[in-house]
Design a protein around this ligand. Structure first.
Ligand code: THU
Length: 152
C-alpha cells in the first residue's frame, strides 16, 4: 500500500491493468514537455473496448499546459465515448506512482467517479489501483447540479 491508499490490485483484471499501463507508457513518448521535462502518459479504457490515450502538451505560455489525462478524456468524449472502465496514468519514472493533479481529478470524476485508476508501483505487481472518487472526497459533480435543478 502506498501513501495514495490504493485498493488491492485485484479490483481490476491484472492483464487489463498491465495492458492499459503499457499503453500509457507508450503514448508518454509523445509528451510535449520542453518546459517541465516531466513526461506523462494516460490510457483510458472505454466501455465499448476502445482505448483513448493522451500525453501532456505544454506551451510557451506555461499556464496553458494540457495534462495527459484531460487530453485522453477530450479525445474520448469527442469520439463519442462517455463510459469508462479504467484509466492508467504514468509519470516519467517506471515504478513511481503519478497521481493526477486536482484539475484532472475533477474532470475524471465527471465521467467515472468509481473508475479504477492504475499507476506504476514499486510493489510486486508493478502497479497499484485506486479510484478517482477516492482521490477526490466530497467532490462536486453532476449529481449536485441535478439536485439543485430538482427544486429546493
Ligand atoms: N501533468 C499531467 O500531465 N498530469 C497530471 O496529472 C500532473 C501533471 C503534466 C502537466 C505538466 O506538463 C507537467 O506534468 C508538469 O506539471
Amino acid at each position: 500500500m502506498s501513501a495514495l491508499s490504493p485498493s488491492p490490485s485485484s479490483s481490476i483484471d491484472p492483464t487489463a491493468a498491465r495492458d492499459l499501463l503499457a499503453r500509457a507508457r507508450e503514448v508518454r513518448a509523445n509528451a510535449y514537455a520542453p518546459y517541465s521535462r516531466f513526461h506523462v502518459g494516460a490510457a483510458l479504457l472505454a466501455a465499448d473496448g476502445r482505448v483513448f490515450t493522451g500525453c501532456n502538451v505544454e506551451n510557451a505560455s506555461y499556464g496553458l499546459a494540457n495534462c495527459a489525462e484531460r487530453v485522453a478524456i477530450g479525445k474520448a468524449v469527442s469520439e463519442g465515448a462517455r463510459e469508462f472502465l479504467a484509466i492508467a496514468v504514468t509519470g516519467p519514472e517506471e515504478v513511481t506512482p503519478c497521481a493526477p493533479c486536482g484539475a484532472c481529478r475533477q474532470v475524471l470524476y465527471e465521467f467515472g467517479p468509481d473508475m479504477p485508476l492504475i499507476m506504476p508501483s514499486p510493489g510486486p505487481d508493478g502497479y497499484e489501483v485506486t479510484s478517482v472518487g477516492a482521490l477526490l472526497p466530497g467532490a462536486f459533480g453532476p449529481a449536485r447540479l441535478a439536485e439543485s435543478q430538482g427544486g429546493k
